[in-house]
Write a protein that binds this ligand. Structure first.
Ligand SMILES: Cc1cc2nc3c(=O)[nH]c(=O)nc-3n(C[C@H](O)[C@H](O)[C@H](O)COP(=O)(O)OP(=O)(O)OC[C@H]3O[C@@H](n4cnc5c(N)ncnc54)[C@H](O)[C@@H]3O)c2cc1C
Length: 263
């Protein structure tokens, strides 16, 4: 996959994602680089970047591996704790790695504030309280970090393949229209549920499409009272998104069939 992200100077910053074996082959046979782009990414060389520039950038820019870490716990007793990529490095396709790290900080401090009182009688009590806070941090963050890690991996398939499907694009248009234009339906796309509404990401039994449309989404992104909804309907993004995708695909198929009938 070859992506281009617009920069403020009206240029693009591009990244090439390919299996390590392709990099090894291109490194060993630099003459293959331009034909490789012409075969896999037609329209890039020389239209968007000259051959010389491509060769030069390939040589000078770093070739880094993508890392995905799922581990637990994120702490050791009362004394060691890991946050951010050290705990849950993920592939970059959802743009959530740093956000997840910042959320770790928020959750960790919340549990330290809750479990470790300002005035404490002994070092032993302090150690116990800190251990409880770190355990609570691991317990709360691990399921969300695993889910966001999986969503990031899954988004690779969307970016790499699905965006070329007309049915997928129609489904996305319907989902985003429901999200943006019909707030009364209280529908939210998976992306906005994850990134804007800060809903928890814990696993939940599968919900049906009708529940998906009926499940209320908090309207105020600063309203952290969603914490108290844990255990209720807002838990499973994956199941809800699958159900939503099915519902939107059905709608998209119905819309496409109607269009075909009238054309
Ligand atoms: C291509 C790409 C695009 C991304 N896009 C986004 C995005 O759009 N949105 C988003 O939220 N996130 C994004 N991310 C993820 C984000 O960059 C990371 O999640 C974030 O930088 C992790 O921060 P961190 O502090 O946990 O780890 P790091 O940024 O890795 O910081 C760790 C630091 O520790 C230092 N260090 C390591 N070992 C030692 C040692 N032994 N002693 C002392 N220091 C040490 C390292 O040098 C480094 O400075 C992207 C990542 C990539 C690769």
């Amino acid at each position: 996959m070859f992506i281009a992200i617009p920069s403020l100077d009206k240029n693009f910053t591009s990244t090439l994602f390919v299996p390590a074996s392709h990099f090894e082959d291109l490194d060993a046979h630099p003459k293959k680089l331009v034909p490789y782009f012409q075969e896999h990414f037609p329209g890039v060389v020389p239209d968007l970047i000259s051959e010389e520039d491509l060769k030069n950038q390939y040589k000078t820019n770093p070739h880094l591996p993508l890392i995905s870490i799922k581990c637990t716990p994120y702490h050791y007793d009362s004394s060691v704790v890991i946050l951010g990529d050290a705990a849950h490095a993920m592939v970059p396709f959802y743009g959530q790695g740093m956000n997840a790290g910042l959320e770790d900080v928020r959750v960790l401090y919340e549990h330290l504030d809750t479990h470790v009182p300002q005035v404490i009688s002994s070092n032993e009590d302090r150690t116990k309280a800190r251990a409880a806070a770190l355990q609570a941090y691991t317990t709360e963050r691990h399921p969300d970090a695993v889910t966001i890690n999986d969503l990031a991996l899954r988004n690779f398939k969307e970016m790499n393949h699905d965006v070329t499907s007309p049915l997928y694009r129609l489904r996305k248009t319907i989902e985003e229209t429901l999200n943006d234009r019909f707030p009364g339906l209280e529908w939210a796309t998976q992306y906005s549920r994850t990134l804007i509404l800060h809903l928890p990401l814990l696993p939940h039994p599968v919900l049906g499409p009708h529940q998906l449309l009926l499940t209320p989404a908090p309207n105020d992104p600063n309203d952290h009272s969603d914490q108290k909804h844990r255990g209720e309907n807002t838990r499973d993004y994956d199941a809800r998104d699958r159900a939503g995708a099915q519902a939107a695909t059905l709608l998209a198929a119905a819309a496409a069939a109607t269009l075909l009938l009238f054309c």
